[in-house]
Design a protein around this ligand. Sequence first.
Ligand SMILES: C[S@@+](CC[C@H](N)C(=O)[O-])C[C@H]1O[C@@H](n2cnc3c(N)ncnc32)[C@H](O)[C@@H]1O
Length: 283
Amino acid sequence: MFFAFTGLSFKVSVLSMSITGFLYAHYWRVASAWMKKQVLKTPAPERLTQADWPRSLKDPTGFYLECFRFFHQRLPAEIREHRTYFSQNRRGFGEDAMHVMWYSLFETLKPANFLEIGVYRGQTTSLVALLARLKGVPCTVFGISPFSTAGDAVSKYDKGINYYEDTLTNFRHFSLRAPILLKAYSTDVPAKELIKSQSWDLIYIDGNHDYEIALQDWQNCSESVKAGGVIVLDDSGLTTAYRPPLFATGGHPGPSRLAQEIDTKRFREILQVGHNRVFQKIA
Ligand SMILES: C[S@@+](CC[C@H](N)C(=O)[O-])C[C@H]1O[C@@H](n2cnc3c(N)ncnc32)[C@H](O)[C@@H]1O
C-alpha cells in the first residue's frame, strides 16, 4: 500500500511538473511571438556598416533589436533562407540577429580564412561559406569539433546524429564546397597545431563553454589571429549592459568571465550583437 501510494504521488508530481513545463513553454512561445511583432513595427536602418558598430557597445540591447529588424526587413533572401533551414529540426542554435552580425563582419573584413571552434551541425561554417560565395570573396573555411554529443556544464547535445556527416550534408544542401574539418577537442594536440598553422583573419570560439576550456581556446587563438584580425566570442554577454529580450539569451558564465579578462592592450572590443562579443587584435 505504502509503495503504491508513493508511486502514485511520484506520478502526480511528475505530471504536474510536465503540465507546468508545458504551460510555461506555451506562454513563452506566445509572448516571444508577440514581442517580435512589436519589435518589427519599427523599420530597420537602411544599412548597417562598420560605422554603426560603436553604437553596439554603448547600447547593446538597442543595437541587438536593430540587427533583429535588419534580419527580417533588409537581409538578402538567401541568408534568411539559410537561417530558416538551420532553425528547423534542431539543426542549429543562434538567433536571427547573429546572421546580421556575420553578414556585417564578412562585408567589412572580407576574410581569406575562417576558423570555428565548436561546429555542431555547421550553421556558422556554412553561413560563412555562403557569404563568401554571395560576395565573391574566396574564403577557406575550417572547423574543429569532436562531432559527437560532447557537451559541457551548460550544454547537452542530442544522441543519434552523425554530426560529421550531417555537417557535410548541410553544406551540400546549399551546394557549398566542403569545409576542412578536424574531428578533435580544441585542446587536443592536432587542434592546437591547426590553430597555430596559419595566421587567421576571423575566428569564432563556440566549443566548450566551461571557463577553463574557453580560456585555453582564447589563449591559443589569440596567438594565431593576425593583427587586425578578429575573434568572435560566443555566449559572453552576461557581464555587459546587454539585457536580452524574451526571444534571446544573454550567454553563459564561463565565456562571459573570460571576456572580462581579455587584455585590452592587445585586443579592442569592436562589436557586440547580443551574447556575441567581437574583439580585434591590435598587435
Ligand atoms: C553551441 S555548439 C556550436 C554551434 C555552432 N558554433 C554553430 O554556430 O552552429 C558547441 C559545439 O562545440 C562542441 N564542443 C564541445 N566541446 C568541445 C571542445 N573541447 N572543442 C571543440 N568543440 C567542442 C560541441 O560538441 C558542439 O558541437
